[in-house]
Design a protein around this ligand. Sequence first.
Ligand SMILES: [Zn+2]
Ligand SMILES: [Zn+2]
Length: 251
Amino acid sequence: MIVTTLGTSHGDHTYCRFNSSTLIEVGEQLYLIDAGAPVEALLIRQQKRFSALRGIFITHMHGDHIGGLPGLIKLLLKYREPGQHTDIFLPDADGVPALTAWLQAMYLDLAVPTIDIDVTAEGAVYSDAAVQISAVGTQHIQRRLADQPLSFAYVIEAEGKRIVYTGDVHPDFSDFPPIARHEPCDLCVCEATHYDMAAALPILADCPIGKLVFNHISNQWHGDGEQRLRKMIDQLPFPCAIAHDGNEFEV
Ligand SMILES: [Zn+2]
Ligand SMILES: [Zn+2]
């Protein structure tokens, strides 16, 4: 698997980072976690084929994670190839009619069955011959009903490897995905904005993680701050990276 951190910023774009989107390649197949702007432009820059995009998994409905989705869907439809199909998973059922209405307002022809818009629920959400993807509820967005999370981490399993992608988490870090605490993962992609890094490091240090990539990088870790963060995370007992836009990680 190849993981490319297309956009690695926190809630806003910054002078060197765009909003969140991460590409996962399994052979010829493409999967996307989050679709912050300008995701479609970043895929074009990476020279990826839109028709190879099998699934788009949104962690939560904040604009920095979903703002590029309408433009991406436009290109999925505009350049569709025979047999192409993309499943899109939104974490909040209210988002489905809202997105559909916006796409219709863009005069897109949704009668062509190129995309399906589904709602994420905890547990297994998607599988094909190449991957299995499951969702773990987080506390980043306050729930309307106790048993229905509105924000998710995703677990991607393919080629005998496992990736845990945290999405945005709660400020107390209590919702860091249990699977990453208790079961080995080859790669954990962990956001780096909404919690106290010094308090989180001892928790991370105890996790059976093969490699950790920080994304969703807060302003305080930009510029000179990157060296301060580097010093802190160098104490962890596994290799760590601070992602920039366009970085590739082989799993
Ligand atoms: Zn965010
Ligand atoms: Zn958020």
